[in-house]
Ligand binder design. Structure first.
Ligand SMILES: CC(=O)SCCNC(=O)CCNC(=O)[C@H](O)C(C)(C)COP(=O)(O)OP(=O)(O)OC[C@H]1O[C@@H](n2cnc3c(N)ncnc32)[C@H](O)[C@@H]1OP(=O)(O)O
Ligand SMILES: CC(C)C(=O)C(=O)O
Ligand SMILES: [Mg+2]
Length: 571
């Protein structure tokens, strides 16, 4: 019996950290809920995303990001922190004065709860068609003690007076009917829940929401401190306490410190949230905000309309990389360079079979593959649905098997190798990848294939072929073949041109001793000038070799295939 040795205690100082105490919510309902619709999205790429960049976006990059978000279908976009800098202020002015905000898009601006900053923020919005003002202050015990050095009542007062200042600013400078309000109890996840509710209720008392005049209460996991189920409990508990739930939008603003922001958001949506704030590809402070792309694609992959357009995910990625000057990781869900790629043999084999199965079903039903329900091994979505192609799906390195190599030959060159030929050629490829390491590109695979099967001319090279057969008689074949570079005329007879040819070359002084074991052929293309491919498995003396021939004439292709096997046997 084998015993696994026990693990050792880590030398790291884990004793300095305390577990986050979950809230007591035994009657939670969210675990049995399902997400059936997209939430209201808000992109904060231009604010939380921008404030966390090494190089904050230039005006041109901000405009590119804004246009991308609009094009993708985001209807709520936080465009900056206009009281922070002249750049942020001018960008908001540029959007408004340049008439860049579509009628159905609501921009928002963030401000601290400080009167001067609120006034400046309000001024940035003069002339806006529609906007939200977003005010925040931190409520958590650590912030009360260390940052604000203030009591609970004083902290509540900051939020209340801030909201009053927003109302005053709106009345002084703006068309009151087009301005909405969002309040964030910052560090919500580490704040005593009753205190968060108390402050939010006080803020709501000031704003006085009613039908047609909502209040957005945005509950940030400013720092993600617990498992996703705890955030869901917090959201469900909070929602139950509100006195004006019907006119309140519960919004999520998860960060990704523990790497579980997507999961936390999804569970919190199940717990009753209406709206989600995040950034494309998870940009934002520290480990980032929740990734809007993954959230939307997760909905899509469950058959739920994500209400944003990611059908050209590479274009979205390119624009975000340009704007943020940061790369998207090659393994980023749905968007990374490698996420629709299989290197390993068993995955390649299964994917190839899955894609062929879909093609077969589509042909049987007379519909394109794009109209069939998606089901393919290892591929949660059809790469085509996000503008990717299958070409990148299977890539070959030393971990690859016959399925991947065969897939590339079929996808790129329409060569559908018989199974045993696939095995033989994949060994040839594996010898190369083992010896040289790294990946073999489709072009390299093709040149190895050509060199191995199609381009060998010694000892035999076909020059011309003439066949004849009369009813009931054997096939007669006259061929001109270069034998070791010398043009030689051969004659053979047999049950078909292939056996006639084999008989003819077995008569050569080389003592080839060729026997055909298996044969397959298929067209490579349709039409009058179509090419055909022939595959012949030959026993040459006492070893088995496959040969491949390609020609417009199928008989010539099959003779070339025999020659290919014979030349390979000659080494
Ligand atoms: C979780 C988040 O992402 S919140 C958004 C964070 N984003 C940003 O801060 C980006 C833009 N911010 C800035 O450029 C600057 O902070 C400015 C221009 C807005 C303000 O700058 P400054 O006036 O220099 O103040 P600073 O940011 O250092 O603020 C610290 C002061 O504001 C107080 N403060 C911080 N947040 C808030 C708030 N939300 N409401 C009220 N007061 C606040 C602090 O307690 C501190 O007060 P003290 O000086 O009395 O100790
Ligand atoms: C301003 C708030 C919403 C914020 O960004 C956070 O708490 O993370
Ligand atoms: Mg944030």
């Amino acid at each position: 019996m084998t015993t696994i040795p026990p693990q050792q205690p880590s030398p790291m100082p884990f004793g300095r950290y305390r577990p986050f105490a979950p809230i007591d919510l035994p009657d939670r309902t969210w675990p049995s809920k399902t997400i059936t619709a997209a939430p209201r999205w808000l992109s904060t790429d231009l604010r939380d995303g921008n404030q966390a960049l090494i190089d904050p976006m230039s005006p041109a990059r901000k405009m590119a990001m804004f246009e991308l978000l609009v094009k993708m279908g985001y209807k709520e976009i936080e465009v900056g922190f206009p009281s922070a800098s002249e750049t942020d202020f001018s960008f908001v002015r540029q959007l408004i004065e340049g008439d860049h905000i579509p009628d159905d898009v609501t921009i928002s601006v963030l401000t601290q709860a400080r009167e001067d900053l609120i006034e400046r923020s309000v001024q940035s919005l003069v002339g806006v068609p529609r906007a939200n003002i977003h005010l925040y202050n931190a409520l958590a015990p650590l912030f009360r003690r260390v940052v604000f050095r203030a009591s609970k009542d004083e902290i509540k007062d900051i939020a209340v007076r801030g909201t009053q200042a927003v109302l005053k600013g709106i009345e002084s400078y703006l068309d009151t009917t087009v301005i909405g309000y969002e309040y964030s109890p910052e560090i919500f996840t580490s704040t005593e829940l009753p205190f968060s509710v108390e402050v939010c209720e006080a803020v709501t008392d000031v704003w006085q929401p009613e039908d047609g005049r909502e209040i957005i209460l945005n509950l940030p996991a400013t720092v993600e401190v617990a498992t996703p189920n705890v955030y869901a409990d917090q959201i469900e508990w909070f929602g139950r306490q509100l006195t004006r739930r019907e006119n309140t939008v519960i919004s999520l603003h998860p960060h990704n410190d523990r790497g579980t922001a997507v999961a936390a958001t999804e569970l919190a949506m199940m717990a009753g949230a209406d709206r989600v704030e995040g950034c494309l590809f998870g940009h934002g402070e520290r480990t980032g905000n929740v990734d809007l792309v993954t959230l939307a694609m997760n909905l899509f992959s469950q058959g739920v309309d994500p209400q944003v357009d990611l059908s050209d995910i590479d274009e979205v990625r390119r624009t975000v990389e340009y704007c943020t000057n940061l790369p998207v990781h090659p393994r980023h869900p749905y968007a990374g360079d490698l996420v629709y790629t299989a290197f390993s043999g068993s995955h390649q084999d299964a994917i190839k079979k899955g894609l062929e199965d879909l093609e077969r079903q589509a042909a049987e039903q007379g519909v394109p593959v794009g109209q069939l329900p998606w089901e393919a091994p290892y591929l949660p979505i059809d790469p085509h649905d996000v503008g990717r192609t299958y070409e990148a799906v299977i890539r070959v390195n030393s971990q690859s098997g016959k399925g991947g190599v065969a897939y590339i030959l079929k996808a790129e060159h329409k060569l559908d190798l018989p199974r045993r030929a696939q095995i033989e050629f994949s060994r040839v490829v594996q010898e190369r990848t083992d010896a040289e390491g790294g990946e073999m590109t489709p072009d390299e695979i093709w040149s190895v294939f050509r060199a191995e099967y199609l381009d060998r001319e010694v000892p035999l090279k076909l020059n011309s072929v003439h066949t004849s057969s009369a009813a009931g008689e054997k096939d007669a074949l006259d061929v001109n073949v270069y034998v070791d570079g010398e043009l030689t005329s051969l004659h053979g007879e047999g049950n078909g041109p292939l056996s006639a040819f084999v008989g003819a070359i077995n008569g050569l002084p080389h003592e080839l001793d060729v026997r055909v074991l298996d044969y397959a052929e298929h067209a490579l293309s349709a039409g009058g000038d179509a090419l055909a491919a022939a595959y012949v498995e030959c026993l040459v003396r006492d070893s088995v070799y496959w040969g491949v021939g390609v020609d417009a004439n199928i008989v010539t292709a099959s003779l070339k295939a025999v020659i290919s096997a014979v030349n390979r046997a000659a080494g």
